[in-house]
Structures are given as C-alpha cells and as structure tokens.
Design a protein around this ligand. Structure first.
Ligand code: ADP
Length: 250
C-alpha cells in the first residue's frame, strides 16, 4: 500500500511537472511571436525604412500593437501566478450582484465600438453574494469582451442572472460564430484557442477564460460554455447563493 502511495505521488508529480513544462513552452512561444515581429520591423526601420514617410509610421504602429499584446500577456500571466501562489487571499465582501453587474454592463455600453445591442435580463430585486469585486470584475470583463469580439455586425449580447436552487447563475450570450463541439471542453485551458491565427489577430492571449475559471473556482462556483456553431455562444458561471430573509438587507 505504501508503495502504491509512492507511485501515485510520483505520477501526480510527473503530471504537474509535465504541465509546468508545457506552460513554460507556451509562454515562451507567446512572447517570442511578438518579439520576432518587432525585431524584423525595427531592423527594417534601422536599415532605412525610417526615411520612408509611408512605411515608417506603419512599421512603428505594428511594433506598438505588438508591445501592447505583450503587456496584456504579461499582465494575464501575473494574475495567474498570483492566484496560483499558496498565500493568495481574496478580499470578499457582500455585494448586490445585480447593481454591480449593471455597472459593468454600463461601462461596456459606453465604450463599445461595434454595432451590437445589449439585452439585460436581470431581476429587479437585489441579490447579495459574497465575492471579491475586483476579481469578479475581471471575470465579467473577460467574458463580455469575448462576446463583443465574436459578435457579428448588428448582433445582440444578452446578459442574464437567475436563481437556481442554492446558486446564482450568470450568463452572457452572443450571436457569434460559436465554438465547435470538440473545443468546448478546452476553452478554459490556459492558452487554448479555437483558431490560433484568427484569435491572435484579434489580440487574444488565450488566458482570459482560464483566468475566469480560476476566479470562479476560488469562489466555490462553476463556469461552463454552451454553443452552437453559426448561432452563438453562452458562457455561464454560478456562485453560491442564499436568498436573504425579507428585511435582512433593508
Ligand atoms: P482569447 O484571449 O484568445 O480570447 P480566451 O481564454 O478568452 O482567450 O478564450 C479562449 C478561446 O475560446 C478563444 O480564443 C476563442 O477561440 C474561444 N471563445 C471564447 N469566447 C468565445 C465566444 N463568445 N464566441 C466564440 N468563441 C469564443
């Protein structure tokens, strides 16, 4: 029995080591891509393109975009590594999720550039949950950014919140191209993208949903996706919820 335990530990450890190696390989690759792009553009500029009034601003713009991608990536990596650390602590508070969610949707509504309409199916009454507001803001930010990114011109993004037994379920639906069945289980993995080339062009890091999952897990909830190709995608997550007594919060 002792031997089996040792073997079990070894395979667990091997699995963790393999995952870590894969993660480092992915990070290196993700950083190398923008760096090599920037190097070639900078070399061209140094070799004389800087004198070309048309090429120079264009090449500088590319290096700026690539720099921004690297900053996003490094920020996402820092978020993940903070959450992975053993002394990670969340700052939880009781928050009226409905008010909080409206505020976040408002912010997207004010800044969105696409022609996309928003539909809010949120209850009128307050729903209090114990959450780390900054972390949940990031979850919603990542999910809503994707919904907008993949929405077609004139599409609709629907936000909903409902009570399901001891859970509050939050969903964001879009009418985008959807996610193939074989990929649906993987989109919460670090660095997974359905279409690498396309999403890289759209500025994604492949970490947004992995971060969202870490945060929702840390709150004791679940996150999942439902999607139909060509029709749209719904990303939902649940948080532990207990309805307050009538006058508890008044
Ligand atoms: P990224 O930064 O690439 O968007 P995410 O972790 O946020 O990374 O998402 C992982 C992948 O899941 C995306 O690259 C995309 O292929 C797919 N995906 C996520 N949300 C949607 C959506 N609303 N519609 C279609 N595909 C999506």
């Amino acid at each position: 029995n002792g031997l089996i335990c040792v073997l079990h530990d070894i395979t667990e450890q091997e699995k963790i080591d393999a995952e870590r190696r894969e993660f480092v390989a992915n990070v290196s690759h993700e950083l190398r891509t923008p760096l090599t792009t920037m190097r070639s553009y900078l070399e061209a500029l140094a070799d004389g393109a800087w004198r070309d009034e048309e090429l120079a601003p264009n090449f500088l713009e590319v290096t700026r975009t690539e720099t921004e991608r690297m900053i996003r990536l490094v920020n996402d990596l820092l978020t993940l590594s903070k959450m992975d650390s053993t002394d990670y602590q969340m700052k939880v508070e009781w928050v009226n999720f409905i008010k909080f969610f409206h505020r976040i949707i408002d912010r997207f509504e004010m800044t969105k550039e696409q022609n996309v309409t928003f539909q809010r199916n949120l209850p009128d009454q307050a729903m209090f949950v114990e959450i780390d507001e900054d972390k949940l803001t990031q979850v919603l930010y990542n999910i809503i950014s994707n919904a907008l990114k993949y929405s077609p011109e004139g599409g609709q993004v629907t936000f909903s919140v409902e009570e399901r037994g001891k859970w509050m379920v939050v969903s964001v639906s879009d009418q985008g191209m959807g996610i193939p069945k074989k990929s649906i289980g993987k989109i919460f993995d670090r660095f997974y993208r359905v279409d690498k080339a396309r999403t890289r062009k759209m500025g994604g890091t492949g970490l947004g949903l992995a971060i969202a999952k870490e945060i929702v897990d840390a709150h004791g909830g679940n996150i999942w996706a439902e999607s139909e190709e060509g029709k749209g995608t719904t990303i939902s997550f649940s948080l532990p919820y207990e309805r307050a007594e009538e006058d508890e919060w008044s």
